[in-house]
Design a protein around this ligand. Structure first.
Ligand code: M6R
Length: 366
């Protein structure tokens, strides 16, 4: 059932080219290079009228939402707030008749996410769900559903569900931009082409895991680790950090790199491992100066850069290159080596990768 892999997690990591392809599937008009979302019950005019979005989810699904926020705001200019469901459900959110709520849940059964959905519906807010399970509570109760077609995810650590959720968010953001007219047809076509290249690019990353396996071995006895990045790289850092602590039990934190100076830099000393993501062109120089700061304190830095980058290697101890794509889509690629880092570290420590202690696959109680 593990298809020759030693764990479900590794199998699911390798299923990502397919999961991404299936989630895009019929939602792309090949000729027009546009997005089609026939599953939406609302008209284009109804959708275009929304001027405020909440994205509510837990854990990894919330991290997918953080990528979604940046992308939605960039492409549609509609403000988006991302909230963890366990907080959101007890808040007094500001709703108007132009507020749309998006809930994201792989299982569709997470108690807090479901409760937030119910609260919103009670207030008359339309809820769009992104979920992986047909027939789940979230799928049944939401007004609108965009399914991720990742197939069953068994490992507690979510991998292919995350990448599929991010794809669903890209598709929704593009469609929303299409109906709002905030992106030109040519701009949409360009992103669509980049989207279609992602499965092959994920495949290329998965074909060269050795550098990441070696770095995992080097950190297997570490007591603490830092992930740093800016913008979308920060959103991905949060996911990389969660994945690592969840299955390797090594303490780690993700920081927006510009925040280091405001406290965390005090923790950086000789040989503290730092994973530094520098894949976003517009903030690249700023990121490099943050890397230089941690290097100066003795950190052992693994940098992430785009293919073709020759500069980062000068400032770090090792570099993982990810294939280049349009900057908004890079998270889908950057997250793959981070998932592998968590996996190989957990495996090197001899832990049960698929069933980490204290955790359940689906959190159906508060
Ligand atoms: O099924 P859901 O997407 O609602 O689950 C949310 C979280 O419990 C889940 O993503 C959790 O954070 C994962 N174990 C992370 O790998």
């Amino acid at each position: 059932e593990k298809g020759g892999y030693d764990s479900f997690m590794l199998k699911e990591i390798y299923e990502q080219p397919q999961a991404v392809r299936d989630t895009m599937g019929a939602r792309i008009d090949q000729e027009k290079k546009q997005v089609i979302l026939p599953e939406l019950n609302m008209s284009d005019a109804e959708l275009a009228a929304y001027d405020r979005l909440y994205i509510v989810a837990c854990g990894t699904s919330m991290h997918a939402g953080l990528v979604g926020k940046d992308v939605l705001e960039k492409w549609t200019r509609v403000p988006v707030e991302v909230a963890v469901a366990s907080e959101f459900r007890y808040r007094d959110p500001i709703y108007t008749d132009k507020t749309l709520m998006i809930v994201i849940s792989q299982s569709g059964e997470t108690a807090d996410t479901l409760a937030a959905l119910r609260e919103a519906k009670k207030s008359g807010v339309r809820v769009l769900a992104i979920t992986n399970v047909v027939g789940s509570s979230v799928a049944r109760e939401a007004d609108e559903v965009i399914f991720t077609w990742a197939g069953p995810e068994v490992a507690v650590a979510s991998t292919k569900a995350y990448t599929s959720q991010v794809i669903a968010l890209y598709l929704f953001a593009l469609y929303f931009a299409q109906v709002k007219g905030t992106l030109a047809a040519a701009e949409i076509a360009e992103v669509v082409e980049h989207l279609q290249e992602l499965p092959a690019k994920i495949g290329a990353i998965l074909a060269n895991v050795e550098p990441i396996r070696q770095f995992a071995q080097s950190i297997q006895d570490a007591t603490s680790l830092f992930f740093i990045g800016r913008g979308l790289d920060y959103a991905v850092s949060l996911e990389g950090s969660l994945k690592l602590k969840e299955i390797s039990y090594i303490h780690s934190e993700a920081y927006a790199a510009g925040e280091l100076k405001h406290g965390t830099l005090a923790l950086i000393e000789e040989n503290v491992p730092v994973v530094a993501l520098a894949t976003q062109p517009d903030i690249y120089e700023k990121m490099v100066s943050n890397i230089v700061e941690v290097k100066a304190r003795g950190a052992h830095v693994l940098g992430f850069a785009l293919e073709g980058d020759r500069d980062l290697a000068k400032s770090v101890d090792g570099v993982i290159h990810v294939p280049a794509t349009t900057p908004m889509l890079t998270p889908i690629l950057t997250v793959i080596p981070l998932q592998l880092l968590a996996y190989y570290t957990s495996a090197a420590r001899g832990l049960d990768v698929d069933k980490p202690r204290n955790l359940a696959k689906s959190v159906t109680v508060e």
